[in-house]
Design a protein around this ligand. Structure first.
Ligand code: RUQ
Ligand code: CUA
Ligand code: CA
Length: 659
């Protein structure tokens, strides 16, 4: 064991694991805010299978031996034997790798990475003209952004379940909404949100609030976390944070254009949408409008801000909007001052304890749950009561809160099993708390004898997101549950200072949760969804007609020149390129258009051009292109980078650059 590892264990042994984790410098900010919270006593229900717990876990904290909890629950084994397929897909965000990952569940095996925000060397994302067009370029043709930070991934809906069409993910870093086509698992659109910094929460709607025939996703709601000057940018607004603000953005999910934006007080964090399409909401941890974290934690109460989607869109139809800057996007006013009358209000803040985090919709369509983060509670908000308030039938919006359940320290996100139970990650306790929603509501209504908490289990370590099978759909079935842990510490072989993260899988078919699997993942996934494989039907071979530049056959391949612009129309078919030689002159602008005319499943070729920084792949029947300046004289062997054939090494040709 490394010295560092040994030292860490010694420290852990002296402090006790939980105190050790809570004293980590990275958690300083959170623990300051938690000073008022008492150490939670329900933690005695916690348990961890001894064999799954590393030596670092002091024995005193283990209350259930593996025999009593086991590693196999009602969901069955996580082991997928050679040749067998996983039963579920998992779609994971990649964090600051800027991509999306596709996993097989329950094995946890990573099957694909779908680049979106950032260049990707495997497929040539950010190298080809087509991917650059999706990513966005500066006037000189170079990429506008090569960084990203994808957090929250959600699929498009039809009738309350995923329709397998799109996956949407936010780029927090550069405020972009990324859309992935799930048939080919490629990013097909990226939209930069105007005025937004810290684009964090995102959620597609599940149906239209007005038109019953639109029972599928047509909007994506996007929250802005960081307050910035909105009206105008000058020395006054940048220096005076009283002038900062946030918008809540609604995007047309098909066109990938902004439909409208709403000015709000405070900020947005996560986003949720109702199953009836009428409500979207964002939890707000900075209703104070602070710029430092003590400022952002100064109020005892923050909010979950609800938007009345139909009313906002009617207001826009009625011309009741303004603009920000000189773009044409309609902007409505959802700030409290303009929305006092429930009968006309476009939005209403439901008070929740200070600095809440995730907001999640229960699969029965009735509730949104805000996880407390700095409060050891989850807040249950009944959606019908919010609608009642908008109808003038509820005198006080605070009455929409129907439960405040104590779950443990650092609640961040909540998922559901479709049987009335909720599962909340406890970041500071490194646990999952399972609790019953109706029992929590009864207790809040006055029945003091009820304990809504059913079970707690240790996870390793510091969980953030949590998602059970189909949990964000009306088909939640409570079989598997993934937990994204922010730290893996001692769970895997050490690989230098940057540890793998630990995504764990739990079997939640029984009364008590069972931890069944650890999956090391490259940093740094955030959110994910898990759904049965029947919901997705990925295509294996492209339709050549989808590519206007396609070179349909070797006969149509060739080189054309227009001034100093040279176009090379090329095909690949195992194991050859046609043409296998072409000549250009030094200084020419060269465009290579490559169609892979092979039709065989899994027969992908690559195109690597030495010293020109070009590499990309073409899948069966796919066309891609690159444009570059022939600025180096000589002979350059382009070759197939993707192993395709017994003569793969022979699959190459020459670009001859004459000086
Ligand atoms: S937030 S760990 Cu970016 Cu998903 Cu809650
Ligand atoms: Cu074509 Cu390797
Ligand atoms: Ca706050």
């Amino acid at each position: 064991m490394s010295l560092l590892g040994k030292k860490a264990l010694d420290v852990a042994a002296n402090l006790g694991r939980r105190r050790f984790l809570n004293s980590a410098a990275a958690l300083g900010a959170v623990t300051v805010g938690l000073a008022a919270c008492k150490e939670n006593t329900q933690g005695s229900a916690a348990s961890a299978p001894a064999a799954a717990a590393p030596k670092a876990a002091p024995k005193t904290e283990i209350t259930a031996a593996p025999e009593t909890r086991g590693f196999v629950g009602g969901a069955g084994s996580t082991e997928i034997h050679p040749g067998q397929l996983d039963t579920h897909y998992g779609v994971w965000s990649g964090g600051h790798t800027g991509d999306l990952r596709v996993l097989g569940i329950p094995s946890g095996r990573e099957l694909a990475r779908v680049p979106g925000c950032c260049p990707d060397a495997l497929v040539g994302w950010g190298i080809t003209n087509e991917s650059k067009a999706v990513m966005g370029t500066k006037p000189d043709g170079t990429l506008e952004f090569t960084t990203g930070d994808t957090h929250h991934v959600h699929c498009s809906y039809k009738d309350g379940i995923y329709d397998g069409k799109y996956c949407f993910v936010n780029d927090k870093l550069n405020a972009r909404l990324v859309r992935v086509r799930l048939d080919y698992m490629v990013t097909d659109k990226i939209l930069k949100l105007p005025h937004v910094q810290g684009f964090h929460g995102i959620f597609p709607d599940k149906r239209d609030p007005v038109d019953p025939s639109i029972n599928y996703t047509t909007r994506v709601f996007c929250g802005q976390e960081f307050r910035v000057p909105l009206e105008k940018i000058d020395n006054n607004t940048v220096n005076d944070d009283a002038n900062y603000g946030c918008v809540f953005t609604c995007v047309d999910s098909e066109k990938m254009e902004v439909k409208w934006q709403a000015r709000i007080d405070g900020n947005c964090d996560l986003v949720a949408t109702s199953y009836d399409g009428k409500l979207a909401a964002t939890n707000q941890y900075n209703t104070e409008g602070g710029v430092t974290y003590p400022d952002m934690m100064s109020a005892e109460v923050d909010a979950c801000l609800f938007f009345n989607v139909a009313r906002i869109e009617q207001a826009i139809k009625d011309g009741k909007f303004t603009h920000l800057g000189n773009n044409k996007i309609p902007v409505v006013d959802c700030r409290a001052e303009a929305n006092k009358d429930p009968k006309t209000a476009l939005a209403v803040p439901v008070p929740v304890p200070k600095n809440p985090h995730g907001v999640n919709a229960s699969p029965d369509g009735k509730y949104f749950v805000c996880s407390g983060k700095l409060s050891p509670t989850c807040t249950v908000i009944e959606l019908q009561k919010v609608l009642d308030w908008f109808d003038g039938k509820l005198d006080d919006i605070a009455k929409a809160v129907v439960a405040e359940v104590e779950v443990g320290l650092g609640p961040l996100h909540t998922t559901f099993d479709g049987r009335g139970n909720a599962y909340t990650t406890l970041f500071l306790d490194s646990q999952i708390c399972k609790w019953n929603v109706e029992q929590a509501i009864k207790k809040y209504a006055g029945d003091k004898n009820i304990n809504p908490v059913i079970d707690k289990i240790d996870v390793m370590y510091q969980p953030g997101h949590i998602s059970a099978t189909h949990a964000e759909t009306s088909a939640a079935d409570g079989v598997w549950m993934g937990v994204g842990n922010k730290f893996s510490k001692d769970r895997f072989l050490p690989v230098g200072p940057l540890h793998a993260e630990n995504d764990q899988l739990l079997d939640i078919t029984g009364e008590r949760m069972v931890l069944v699997h650890d999956t090391p993942v490259r940093g740094e996934p955030h959110d994910f969804v898990i759904f049965k494989r029947e919901w997705l039907n990925p295509k294996q071979i492209y339709n050549m007609e989808d590519f206007p530049l396609a070179v349909p056959s070797a006969e149509e391949a060739g080189v054309t020149r227009n001034g100093n612009k040279v176009t090379v129309r090329m095909v690949s078919f195992a194991p050859a390129f046609e043409p296998n030689v072409f000549k250009v002159k030094l200084g020419d602008e060269v465009t290579v258009i490559l169609t892979n005319i092979d039709r065989v499943e899994d027969l992908t070729h690559g195109f690597g051009l030495p010293d020109y920084n070009i590499q990309f792949i073409v899948n069966p029947q796919e066309t891609k292109s690159v444009t570059f300046k022939a600025d180096k004289p000589g002979v350059f062997w382009y070759y197939c980078t993707n192993f395709c054939h017994a003569l793969h090494l022979e699959m190459r040709g020459r670009m001859i650059v004459e000086s």
